[in-house]
Design a protein around this ligand. Structure first.
Ligand SMILES: [Zn+2]
Ligand SMILES: [Zn+2]
Length: 184
């Protein structure tokens, strides 16, 4: 084998190695992308399972309040007292944020909201607030009619979702539509 052929062979082998290296890098990054995709899907599903468990739990909690069962009493008491504390803290927070608080759960609510986005309760303004916003509410209603038409332009993003009932956008962590009260 001539010198030139030897060099060609050598170059060929180096090429093979580089190609193999590149292949394993791209296989590794494919694997990594697949792993992170799987992890994301698993955690998404786990979140959904947990929230389904939670909604079953809520139904049974309401029943246990009416028909107490001794072995669940500690948990029922803990939930009830912590919920009362959460409501109390929410009301303080709402005051600090210059918001009104939901009559049902205490969560802070903007004056433009018609429904609490945490519990879905219809928001009735307190008298003094009502007097101040009567004009505003009227204006808001005409604006909303205009808003309802270009529904197609409203799209969900990573932080928002679109209400299937009224077509308005909502924050991703809202549990109820603040415009129509639909449960998400
Ligand atoms: Zn509420
Ligand atoms: Zn809605």
């Amino acid at each position: 084998m001539g010198f030139l052929d030897q060099m060609k062979g050598f170059a060929g082998r180096v090429g093979d190695t580089v190609e193999k290296g590149a292949k394993s890098v791209s296989e590794n990054s494919k694997k990594m992308a697949e792993k992170s995709r799987l992890k994301k899907e698993i955690s998404q599903l786990e979140t959904e399972v947990n929230s389904a468990y939670a909604s079953i739990g809520k139904v049974f909690f309401e029943r246990l309040v009416v028909n107490p069962e001794p072995e669940c009493q500690n948990a029922v008491d803990a939930i009830a007292s912590k919920n009362a504390r959460i409501e109390q803290l929410n009301r303080i927070l709402a005051t600090l944020e210059d918001k009104i608080s939901c009559p049902n759960c205490g969560a802070g609510i903007n004056k433009t909201q018609r429904f609490c986005d945490k519990c879905g309760a219809k928001v009735e303004f307190i008298e003094e607030v009502k007097a101040d916003v009567v004009e505003e509410v009227k204006v808001e209603e005409t604006v909303e009619v205009v808003d309802e038409k270009p529904v197609e332009t409203v799209t969900a993003t990573a932080e928002t979702k679109v209400c299937s009932e009224c077509g308005q956008t909502a924050d991703i962590n809202q549990m109820f539509c603040e415009h129509c009260g639909k449960k998400f």
